[in-house]
Design a protein around this ligand. Structure first.
Ligand SMILES: *Cc1c(COP(=O)(O)O)cnc(C)c1O
Length: 382
């Protein structure tokens, strides 16, 4: 058997290793210049005017809702087809996610269904740029403005995602990014929060650090501060930030490789009539090519496990985005009594698709391996 085609692999080189060693060779491990440098460079890359680093995307989303004062009785519009963190952040504040189905072409939230899900208790609209394909955020912003509620972008898969030349995370009122190992770039664990208003980011900075009234660097007498509000410890360490600074310099190369791999794989799979690819092109949209999601024809959906198994036997790693629509995960299904028929598009994407890798750890010959592997898997299950 040839080289294994891994689904996801972080790319850590000598520069990242040196950057971590440099941090460990001096005493400042938190509250230092690396987090500030990473924030500045991230802001310059994305064009986001106000940013703050956090310990993960989930922490970032939780902070945003905590900052908005979300509480029991409140509701937030949440896409049914996303990572559970998009909904968990709402639940963690005691509020209720109101799920909206996906559009089948892209997996993004079906904007035509949003307005009817809004009630007097709705406090925010959230979205995820599904697998890096930009949501039409301006349309959601118009709905938000009409109801006087903010729009929150889950940008965990959206480094390199643009709409009309604007980077994801700068389109809504708030954004949260992830630097988990298999995302577009990594800090091991880590995230970034963006906000249109500086006052929001200033408050979120306090809340990510216990709710203290002044940072370590703002204290005239060391150790003396007051606490003016509730807060977490959701900071990013200097070690993580140092990784982020290096990874950011390599991001354009990573994105180029993804785009090339995606195009090669899409070309190869277009010869296979049993699969439909998600739409990754629309006017003004630039996708970040997180992975390639292939939706199986309905008559093959019962064979998905066998197909994945056969690919695995050929050394081809795959994944499923996402294993269930969030409302059908046990926690949500039992809590809110969903029957399993409410979100047909999200269900089709979760249960009938296979996600293939296009990351920068792979090349065009790996894409050819995937195409051959899928062809042979389909002959075996027929
Ligand atoms: C990975 C992911 C998250 C969680 O990110 P963490 O940094 O691991 O907290 C949230 N939302 C989406 C859409 C994701 O894919």
């Amino acid at each position: 058997m040839g080289k294994k085609v891994e689904f996801g692999l972080p790319i850590i080189g000598p520069e990242e290793k040196q950057a971590v060693l440099d941090v460990l060779s001096q005493p400042v491990l938190v509250h230092g210049p690396k987090a500030v440098e990473f924030e500045q460079k991230f802001g310059a890359y994305t064009g986001a005017p106000n940013v703050t680093s956090v310990s993960s995307c989930t922490a970032g989303l939780h902070l945003i809702y905590f900052h908005l004062g979300l509480t029991k009785g409140d509701e937030v519009i949440v896409p049914a087809q996303t990572h559970n963190a998009t909904a968990h952040a709402v639940e963690l504040c005691g509020a209720k996610p109101v799920f909206v189905d996906a559009e089948i072409q892209t997996g993004n939230i079906d904007i035509s269904l949003v307005e009817r899900a809004i009630t007097p208790r709705t406090k925010a609209i959230s979205l995820v740029h599904y697998l890096g394909m930009p949501v039409d955020v301006p349309q959601l912003m118009a709905i938000g403005a009409k109801h006087g509620i903010p729009v929150i972008e889950d940008c965990a898969l959206a480094m390199g995602t643009y709409l009309n030349g604007k980077h994801a995370g700068t389109l809504g009122d708030f954004g949260a990014f992830s630097f988990y190992p298999v995302k577009h770039m990594t800090t091991a664990e880590g995230g970034m929060v963006t906000a249109t208003k500086q006052s929001d980011i200033d408050a979120i900075k306090r809340k990510k650090a216990f709710g203290v009234d002044r940072t370590v660097n703002e204290r005239s007498i060391p150790g003396v501060y007051d606490v003016t509000m509730l807060g977490f410890n959701y900071r990013m360490s200097e070690i993580h930030a140092a990784l982020g600074v290096v990874q950011l310099t390599r991001l354009n190369g990573f994105l180029e490789a993804r785009k090339k791999n995606y195009a090669a794989l899409a070309r190869g799979l277009s010869q296979i009539p049993e699969v439909t690819l998600l739409q990754t092109e629309r006017p003004g949209a630039q996708c970040s090519w997180y992975c390639l999601s292939a939706v199986l024809s309905p008559k093959l959906s019962a064979k998905r496990a066998d197909i994945i198994d056969s690919l695995k036997g050929a050394g081809i790693g795959t994944s499923v985005y996402y294993p269930h629509p969030v409302p059908y995960l046990k926690y949500y299904k039992e809590k809110y009594g969903f029957k399993g028929t409410e979100f047909p598009n999200a269900a089709r994407l979760s249960y009938d698709s296979i996600a293939f890798p296009v990351g920068p750890h792979l090349n065009e010959s790996d894409m050819a391996t995937i195409v051959e592997g899928l062809k042979s898997a389909l002959t075996k299950v027929k």
